[in-house]
Design a protein around this ligand. Structure first.
Ligand code: CP3
Length: 352
């Protein structure tokens, strides 16, 4: 250590991930993984088994804090991400949300304008008060140099769940609404956007150092629809947070948006942009300049492991060296990932 380096005071300027988000090339790059807490870890499965349903796990302060800590005990990640789910916003607005074992999320699908208008922010913060407590406990408990990430789903992705009543491949119901009844669809998007701004502001006030917006189904829209339902709501949330919390960076993830990433970056101007595995990194460095880039290892390579994993990780590092960059996956860890492959990955990056 240089003799004039100040001692670790726990000030956030020591957080490498925040340095990258502020536009600095940090080497080796900071690393965290989407879904770093989850079913690939036996200790997660054990906690999950005692918690009841998945919603109970997310809304129990002790359990959610414990599960967030679990990957940090094993791996030297630069960030902890609040353990929760993007469907907490529909839940906060009064929609019923539950997880049927082995079937993924279920919601009571919206069927009318009256049901859209009945969604209410009146009890929103009450229903989600556990989340704010989880964030503040995490900020007090995790190491000072570790960044705490809050998150939410972006409005289009959330709207697909609210209209479909669960996961979908075609988004047929949501698309029917947006083309047949654009005013009703706009009313829902506006309500979700406003709620998301309030939700993220409260997470930041509770201690989140940065937040990520997941637009997992951004690739389902193109042209005008991408502009109106992906770019505009993300832009409104990023602008609102810049206004109220100028020191807190936002990472956006318009997953699989292809060349539409360029218009997204230009219009939304997030501090960070998370890339799915299909985005060529040399293209991203040129076309998405101005954003710290995050990504973009294929999560299935982390299942494969070995030399194939090692080579691809090196290739990503070589492409992004000298550029503001956060190493991550291009989508969440899958349950069949061997935990020791994550050890191999983090050690490789720390050894650069
Ligand atoms: O990254 C993290 O570690 C934080 C936790 C987190 C979860 N979900 C936990 C979770 C985050 C950031 C999410 C985001 C999320 N949730 C997204 C966006 C990211 C993405 O993957 O595209 C989406 C679309 C959801 C909605 C959702 N939640 C689905 C479709 C499912 C079921 C799919 C599956 O993998 O089973 C969930 C459940 C869920 N969310 C689990 C976890 C750990 C598994 C639930 C369990 O333990 O049974």
């Amino acid at each position: 250590m240089h003799p004039s380096t100040p001692p670790d005071t726990g000030h956030h300027s020591d957080r490498r991930l925040l340095q990258a988000l502020s536009g600095t090339a940090v080497w080796p790059p900071p690393v965290w993984l989407m879904r770093q807490a989850g079913r690939y870890l036996p200790e997660y499965r054990a906690t999950r088994a005692t918690a009841g349903g998945f919603m109970d796990l997310c809304l129990s302060v002790d359990h959610a804090v414990e599960v967030t800590h679990q990957p940090l005990r094993r791996y030297q990640f630069d960030a902890a991400i609040l353990f929760s789910d993007i469907l907490m916003v529909p839940y906060g607005l009064g929609q019923a949300v539950w997880f049927a074992e082995g079937e993924g999320p279920k919601l009571t699908a919206l069927r009318s304008r009256a049901e859209i208008d009945a969604l209410s922010t009146d009890r929103f913060h009450d229903r989600l008060s556990a989340i704010y407590q989880i964030v503040s406990r995490l900020r007090a408990e995790i190491p000072a140099q570790t960044t705490l990430l809050g998150f939410a789903g972006a409005p289009w992705t959330i709207a697909t769940y609210m209209f479909e009543g669960g996961s979908s491949k075609s988004f047929e119901t949501a698309k029917r609404w947006l083309w047949h009844a654009p005013d009703d669809f706009a009313a829902l998007i506006e309500r979700v956007t406003d709620a998301t701004i309030q939700y993220l502001r409260r997470q930041i006030d509770a201690g989140a150092d940065a937040v990520q917006l997941f637009d997992s189904w951004a690739s389902a829209l193109g042209g005008e629809a991408f502009e109106r339902w992906v770019i505009e709501p993300n832009a409104r949330i990023v602008a609102a947070l810049k206004d109220s919390h100028p020191a807190t960076p936002v990472i956006c993830f318009p997953r699989a948006a292809g060349v539409q990433y360029r218009a997204f970056a230009q219009r939304v101007k997030p501090a960070g942009l998370s890339l799915d595995p299909t985005v060529p990194l040399d293209w991203a460095r040129g076309e998405l300049a101005g954003c710290c880039l995050q990504g973009n290892l294929d999560p299935l390579l982390l299942v494969t492991g070995g030399d194939a994993l090692r080579r691809e990780v090196d290739r990503i590092g070589e492409a992004m060296r000298g550029y503001p960059f956060i190493f991550n996956l291009g989508h969440g860890i899958v349950p069949q990932t061997p935990p020791e492959h994550v050890t191999q990955l983090v050690e490789q990056i720390r050894g650069w």
